[in-house]
Design a protein around this ligand. Structure first.
Ligand code: ZN
Length: 395
């Protein structure tokens, strides 16, 4: 048994060079960024895709809903069960229901793994309630099982997918330690989405992540084993078959696991590797990934999630709150930056929108300017859409 790593200290100790922005020295040998064009060919462009950073998916996950941090229920007895009223969003259900005319949306359209390399302290998995509800309903329909039974399974299944992305960030960090150079960012920007024509035209990492969903369906995890309806494994495989390339090729992990992992790790390392025992995180490590719920915290228990506290808000949510509750005027700044002019404040507060969430130093600044106790207090106000002035006046 290997010792359990402690995150995020593990990342910080192993690859300290990435705390400071380090410039990539030298061109990666295979710089192919782009997307599939309408005829299904790979088209090179200057906007590199990355799984968890892909706007087509991440914009949907990071909606303007409230964000709270949560922990997973450990036993089905913690679940509210069949008496809980939850109505899935019909449009979201459609996205995950097989349709011959378009691919279904994959797990990454429901949840986002925000890597430590890009998101710093806001790293973790973000799960969107509305999209998860749609996916759970699609799965319930295919398995002919009640939604309350499938909902916590669907959630866990999506987390299994995202935990694979986490595991490859660990692999990337270990490779950076061995090689002594930045690799994971370069991989995410340039190499993640590049096809490996001998195996798949989709991202190799998605093959592994999608296979983990099937593995979870087959074996379950912890207390949720017995919730699995008959035909669940087949249903998961069938829904994946309708997803885009990479996701739909999960079977490669049954037929060619060594090749898939070897090619994938070679990509992260930026050189040919022969090893393939990578991309696995232990249960204890998975438990350390911060989980963020994007949506109504009251609905989270239906999906086996227990809200802990309000988390850093997404930028759309925060701006909505700033305008409506703090009376702010928002103006464009340089690049990804914007400025908030707050009533009574001598200077506008500048903040970065690039990460999709309000960053920690800026959270502190807003908390201080708005006379809130601390950043947790700020997050709580945003989560509840509560006015900061009401609090200040009451005290
Ligand atoms: Zn993925």
């Amino acid at each position: 048994m290997r010792p359990t790593a402690r995150f995020p200290e593990y990342f910080e100790v192993l690859a300290p060079q990435h705390i400071a922005e380090q410039a990539w020295d030298g061109e990666p040998e295979t710089l192919v960024a782009g997307d599939f064009d309408t005829s299904g060919r790979w088209a090179v462009d200057n906007a590199p895709p990355a799984p968890f950073l892909d706007d087509r998916y991440s914009a949907g996950v990071l909606s303007d809903s409230a964000t709270s941090t949560f922990v997973l229920a450990t036993s089905p007895s913690d679940l509210p069960g069949e008496n809980f009223a939850f109505e899935p969003d019909a449009k979201a259900v459609e996205l995950f229901t097989p349709d011959a005319n378009r691919p279904s949306m994959p797990a990454d359209a429901i949840a986002l793994y925000a890597p430590w390399h890009f998101y710093g302290e806001q790293w973790g998995i973000y799960v969107n309630e509305r999209l998860l509800g749609g996916f759970a309903q699609a799965l319930a329909t295919v398995t002919d099982a009640p939604l309350w039974q499938v909902a916590p399974l669907a959630h866990h299944q999506v987390l299994e997918h995202e935990w694979v992305h986490f595991a490859f960030e660990i692999a990337g960090t270990e490779l950076e330690d061995a090689i002594g150079a930045s690799r994971y960012r370069e991989y995410s920007w340039y190499a993640y989405g590049q096809p490996e024509p001998s195996l798949t035209l989709g991202p190799l990492e998605e093959v592994v992540a999608s296979a983990a969903e099937v593995l979870f369906a087959r074996h379950g995890r912890r207390g949720f084993k017995n919730l699995r309806p008959k035909g669940y494994t087949e249903a998961v495989g069938r829904l994946l078959d309708h997803c885009p390339p990479g996701y739909s090729e999960w079977r490669l992990m049954n037929t060619h696991p060594e090749e898939v992992l070897r090619h994938l790790v070679s990509r992260i390392a930026g050189r040919a590797m022969r090893t393939y025992r990578w991309g696995v995180a232990t249960d204890d490590e998975k438990d350390q990934v911060p989980l963020h719920w994007v949506g109504d915290p009251a609905v989270a228990p239906f999906f086996g999630a227990q809200p802990k506290s309000a988390g850093p808000p997404t930028i759309p949510r925060f701006e909505k709150w700033l305008r409506r509750r703090a009376g702010a005027e928002i103006v464009e700044g340089e690049g990804d930056h914007r400025k908030a002019r707050l009533p009574g404040a001598p200077h506008p507060v500048d903040y970065d929108t690039g990460a999709g969430f309000l960053l920690r130093p800026e959270s502190k600044q807003f908390a201080s300017v708005l006379a809130l106790k601390n950043i947790v207090d700020l997050y709580q106000h945003v989560a509840e859409m509560k006015s900061p002035r009401a609090t200040a006046a009451a005290e």
